[in-house]
Design a protein around this ligand. Sequence first.
Ligand code: PRP
Length: 211
Amino acid sequence: MLNIALPKGRLGEQVYEMFEHAGYACPSIKEKNRKLIFENVEMGVRYFWVKPSDVSIYVEHGAADIGVAGKDIILEYGTDVYELLDLNIGRCKMAVAAKKEFDESKLKTVRVATKFVNIASDYYAKIGKDIEIIKLNGSIELAPILGLSDVIVDIVETGTTLRENNLEVKSDILPISARLIANKASFRFHNSEIEQISARLKEQVREEKGI
Ligand code: PRP
């Protein structure tokens, strides 16, 4: 059995559709219930839904042989896994945002609220700016509005959350998309199965891009 960790939620449903299209269907996964594990013995696959930010943990420790995680999660946790393929879905970006009138160049130390402490620290180290990190777990946009921070480092997808809270992007940090990742030992032991799945998914990415 190949264990596959899928990120719970809308992205995970899109990812499952890709696996289904690639020939690894598991119809029971579409039943409306709260089960977390689904298997198709015939195809030799077992899927499980995990919190998106935990996918790389399952894969790194070998509890899942492969999985799909956002580039943000892979970078933030510095996960020791193989990144096999950019699935070209779940596209968004990591950016610095603040109130429209805010000008970072005037401050010696910038207070940065974020869930992504490592990504934010690396970015500001690269541009040589001193920061104070304020780690939050969600609703990051509140921080500059309430004066808890000067800026935020967060994911921007449509830009709606920023717009509706009178914030704007000040700098782009990096583009993000969903990646197929593999446990390093599993990649050796289940090489042909994993390579086959990866190749079939790659085909779909190409078709989708029209190349
Ligand atoms: C993410 C992110 C932004 C929002 C961006 O939040 O943190 O708040 O999506 O999307 P948009 O540009 O399309 O508005 P998420 O929904 O993951 O919740 P969170 O508050 O827990 O971070």
